[in-house]
Design a protein around this ligand. Structure first.
Ligand SMILES: CC(C)=CCC/C(C)=C/CC/C(C)=C/CC/C(C)=C/COP(=O)(O)OP(=O)(O)O
Ligand SMILES: O=P(O)(O)OC[C@@H](O)CO
Ligand SMILES: [Mg+2]
Length: 236
């Protein structure tokens, strides 16, 4: 797979299990100025719910990726640009490092040309994803940097993803991960609510991922984070 994310500043993560704010449509969502939409969530995601979002976005130009939380929700659809499949490096349960992936490859024929992995480091112990994967979230900045280096140098990962889902992360850990990487793209996600949060993380990562804000506040709030992520990156 080529690496379009190398040119991204901002990703909007749509949770197919959550509603949009009253009065907004997926046409509005596709027009927030984000570089790509990732469709995924940890809890209560189904392939039907996935399809509904893909369908609503299919006529727009914004790149569309599925981020499956397990093999059963993967859908085949020409409207998708590809699949970004998590590997949780600090999972306590190995199912989320290679187990689910092995089962997927065993049972499905994977569209490798459109599939890439994201090396997740999960850092908010309160998030569903931390609970599900039994992630060890007690990681210092040095630990996080080391995980990032392992991801890039030993595992050949093109995307490293610092996941603070639900809360704004420690800027020092984000910067440490960024410093540890050479070619890989650093995604930061979690708790970005406004221009300033996005600027802060945009200065320290390559791609700022915004999720719940879309479902809680709506498209205008997301648009401000697109600006913040771009300005933060440009300032560093
Ligand atoms: C092998 C395949 C196809 C899939 C397995 C992929 C893996 C390892 C998934 C485990 C990690 C995971 C559930 C990722 C989903 C994306 C994500 C982190 C969404 C954020 O979820 P939360 O914000 O914690 O959950 P809710 O918003 O649903 O509460
Ligand atoms: O929902 P938020 O807290 O914005 O997190 C974004 C994303 O990293 C979740 O996987
Ligand atoms: Mg969430």
């Amino acid at each position: 797979m080529h690496t379009p994310w190398a040119d991204w500043d901002h990703v909007l993560k749509v949770d197919p299990d959550k509603d949009l704010v009253d009065g907004e449509t997926f046409d509005d969502v596709c027009e927030t100025g984000t570089d790509a939409i990732e469709i995924g969530g940890t809890l209560d995601v189904t392939s039907d719910k996935m399809e509904r979002v893909i369908d609503a976005c299919r006529t727009h130009d914004v790149p569309l990726y599925q981020e499956p939380s397990n093999p059963a929700v993967v859908v085949e659809d020409d409207a998708l640009d590809g699949y970004l499949v998590p590997i949780v490096l600090n999972a306590g349960d190995v199912a989320w490092i290679t187990g689910a992936h092995k089962e997927w490859v065993r049972l499905d024929s994977v569209d490798w040309a459109r599939t890439a992995t994201e090396a997740y480091i999960v850092l908010n112990p309160e998030a569903s994803v931390a609970e599900l994967t039994d992630a060890d979230c007690e990681q210092t900045a040095a630990d996080v940097a080391a995980y990032a280096e392992v991801a890039e140098r030993m595992l050949g990962q093109e995307i490293v993803y610092l996941e603070y889902s639900g809360t704004l992360g420690d800027p020092e850990k984000v910067a440490a991960a960024h410093d540890a990487l050479d070619e890989a793209t650093l995604f930061y996600g979690g708790g970005v609510h406004d221009y300033d949060d996005a600027y802060l993380m945009g200065e320290r990562s390559d791609v700022v991922v915004v999720g719940d804000l879309l479902h809680d506040e709506g498209c205008e709030a997301v648009r401000e984070t697109v600006e913040g992520a771009r300005d933060g990156k440009a300032a560093r």
